[in-house]
Design a binder for this molecule. Structure first.
Ligand code: SME
Length: 170
């Protein structure tokens, strides 16, 4: 019983810490966007910020909608597959369904595209234009199984929402 209490207090503190980490991450993104909102600059620094700030990632970046498929955009990590058709892989699924997709184990996601064999779990979040069309997805991969908690999902969805409201494509 006592051990459980200690464990749950520790878990609570950990959650509080990572909530404030996400608040910091969001304000760092806002700072970067004050200087430049052009999508190449904004997405490049956003990828670098994620890779620097979040532990246990092996890829963080963007795929952009172009000619009804996804094409790789600014990212940090190993060179990645360039084109992803809608509906294919986790990115294509998230873009087609227009929904955040969290995959705790990529080996059990049918059609997962293994750009880096180290990837074990991932989260993909769609970004939209003002008319609510999907313009890009934020793709974050981890070598750790089940890396992305509900709190990560919320923090990263807010991160993506800040970006989608501010970036300009020209
Ligand atoms: N894993 C992705 C492909 C992109 S790479 O991981 C960078 C997918 O299945 O959509």
């Amino acid at each position: 019983m006592k051990d459980d209490m200690i464990h749950s207090e520790a878990a609570h503190e950990e959650r509080l810490d990572s909530r404030s980490d996400y608040r910091l991450l969001h304000s760092q993104l806002e700072e970067l966007l004050k200087e430049e909102t052009f999508y190449v600059s904004a997405m490049s620094n956003a990828s670098a910020l994620l890779m620097e700030s979040l532990p246990d990632l092996n890829w963080a970046g963007f795929y952009l909608m172009k000619d009804a498929q996804l094409v790789v955009g600014p990212f940090q990590g190993r060179p990645a597959c360039i084109h992803i058709p809608l509906g294919k892989g986790v990115c294509g699924h998230a873009a087609e369904k227009d929904q955040t997709t969290v995959v705790p184990d990529v080996h059990s996601f049918p059609g997962h595209i293994a750009c880096d064999s180290a990837s074990r779990s991932e989260i993909v979040i769609p970004l939209h234009d003002p008319r609510e069309h999907v313009t890009a997805v934020l793709d974050i991969d981890s070598p750790v199984p089940d890396r992305f908690s509900r709190e990560d999902r919320e923090g990263l969805e807010t991160f993506a929402a800040i970006l989608e409201q501010r970036i300009r494509f020209r």
